[in-house]
Every structure is written in C-alpha cells, then in structure tokens.
Design a protein around this ligand. Structure first.
Ligand SMILES: [Zn+2]
Length: 284
C-alpha cells in the first residue's frame, strides 16, 4: 500500500501537472459504484457533472490522503488504498483495463489537452469522494487523523507514545495516532531504532523514542527524495518506479541476513499485520 512517501510523490507529480487546469470531461463508467462518492449536499448531482468546468486550485497530502481542491468550494478526496494509481498520460496511450476514471482537461480554443489523468486500480479499493469544503473535515477517515510524522517534534512524539499501553508496531500503523506510516516505514524505523515491534509503548525509554522519531523522519525524507518504494505495484504518475526498495533492511527481507548482526530477519503476524524484524537486534 502506498504510504506517506509514495503519496507525497504522487501529490508532487499532480502539483506539477494538473494544478491550474480546468476539467473538461470525466468518464467513470468503468469504476465500481463504491469507488465514487458524491456528498448528499450536492442534491443528487452526478460526479461528472459536478467536476466539469472546475479548475484545480491545489493538491495536498494529509496522511495517506490526497486532497484536490477545486473551484466552486469543493474538494476531491482520494485514497489510493492498496493499488490505486494516478497516471498523467498522453491521451493516445492505450487504455489499460484497470483505468477506471478518466479526467480530461480544457485546452485553449475549446479543445481537449493532449494529456489526461487516469485513476487506475486493479484491486479496486481506491476511493474518490467529492465534498463541499466546509464538510470535508467532518468526514470519518479525515476527522480523526493523527499528527503528521514529519511535523511532530521529538518531545511531542515521546509524549504521544509514552501515554499509551499498546504494542509499538500497531500504534505506529494507527492513522489516528500518527498519519502516514504503513508497514514499510514502520518496520524500517523500528529496525533502525532496534525496537522490537511488540514492545509496549509506555515501556520504551524516552531516549529510544527520541531515536525512533529521528529514524522515522530520516527514512521518510530519504524515501520522498527517492520517490517512494516500489515493492508491489506502486509507481509515480508517469509510471516511474520509486528507488527506496534498494535501501530496505527489514521489510520484505524475511529469511535474509540482518546486515548488522547476521541473524535471520523474520516475518511475524503482530496485530493483524505482518512485521519484519531482526530477533537478535530487536529484543523484547
Ligand atoms: Zn540483527
């Protein structure tokens, strides 16, 4: 699943390509009904009708969410979930059967821009939801979002985790605690800080939590610089893969040797998710 660095890469790609453009047409007949949501406050108007003629003002990220602000005080809230992708392609590029939503842009002289935006999602868990700006932050999934990991100070990070009595790995994945981490960067950060993923947060020393905070920020920034991790289907909006997978030390390395101590990296279910860690360097 795309995590903070991958979503940030997509957002930066969209900022460079579609901000300022005006939507001419939206095709979404291939999308499953649950993929597209239009707020009730639009009185039954169709997704495509509402978007037509709207200008894209900005594209921002909050946690793993993409927020596309449009003229007409509305926002298109997108979550890529498992395999959602935005592609900014030439219209002549052959369509893929998983290109489920197409957004065309106006060009001067009442014509269509040669490049358009595709929302492609082969597992179809991705979501595109249209809300009025004034109701957006009341929505479940946005309202409860925790702090941004690149914005929180070390002191606040320590306080946030020391007050909790739960295993650190599920706590890092909980978007209402801290928003944007997933399995990749949680496993890599815990490995870097030598913290066992089952360690109870309130029992982790202040010093260790400060180290963990530093590693989370360092790894996220490095991954953004390298345009994300492509271990599954993730790519940027031009179809380019990320490069952080070359630097993974724990995630997806089960059965391989720990680069610090030589022990075998293991993969184990913790909470409902798998965790990758070194049983020798990351002791309980
Ligand atoms: Zn080790």
């Amino acid at each position: 699943m795309p995590e903070l660095p991958e979503v940030e890469t997509v957002v930066r790609g969209l900022q460079k390509t579609v901000v300022g453009k005006t939507i001419a047409l939206v095709h979404y007949s291939a999308a499953p009904a649950k993929m597209i949501t239009v707020s009730n406050s639009f009185n039954g108007q169709d997704f495509s009708t509402l978007l037509r003629g709207k200008q894209i003002h900005s594209v921002k990220r909050r946690g793993k969410n993409i927020l596309i602000s449009l003229s007409g005080t509305m926002t298109l809230w997108v979550h890529l979930k498992m395999t959602g992708h935005f592609f900014y392609y030439n219209r002549s590029t052959p369509l893929d059967k998983h290109d489920l939503v197409l957004i065309e842009f106006q060009a001067p002289g009442n014509s269509i821009e040669p490049f358009h935006l595709r929302f492609n999602d082969y597992r179809r868990f991705g979501r595109l939801r249209l809300f009025r700006d004034d109701e957006l932050w009341q929505q479940e999934g946005l309202q409860q979002l925790g702090t941004e990991p690149l914005e929180i100070t070390a002191e606040d990070f320590v306080a946030l985790f020391r007050q909790r009595q739960r295993m650190i790995k599920p706590a890092l994945l909980d978007q209402t605690v801290i928003a944007g981490l997933g399995n990749i960067y949680a496993d890599e950060s815990l490995y870097a800080a030598r913290i066992h993923p089952r360690k109870i947060t309130s029992r982790i020393s202040k010093k260790k939590l400060i180290e963990l905070h530093g590693h989370i920020q360092r790894l996220l920034k490095k991954a953004i610089r390298l345009m994300g991790t492509s271990v599954d289907s993730y790519t940027g909006i031009n179809g380019e893969t990320g490069k952080f997978q070359k630097y993974l030390l724990a995630y997806h390395r089960e059965g391989e040797s720990c680069q610090r101590c030589g022990a075998t990296i293991i993969r184990e279910k913790i909470g409902s998710r798998s965790a990758h860690y070194c049983p020798r360097c990351q002791r309980l």
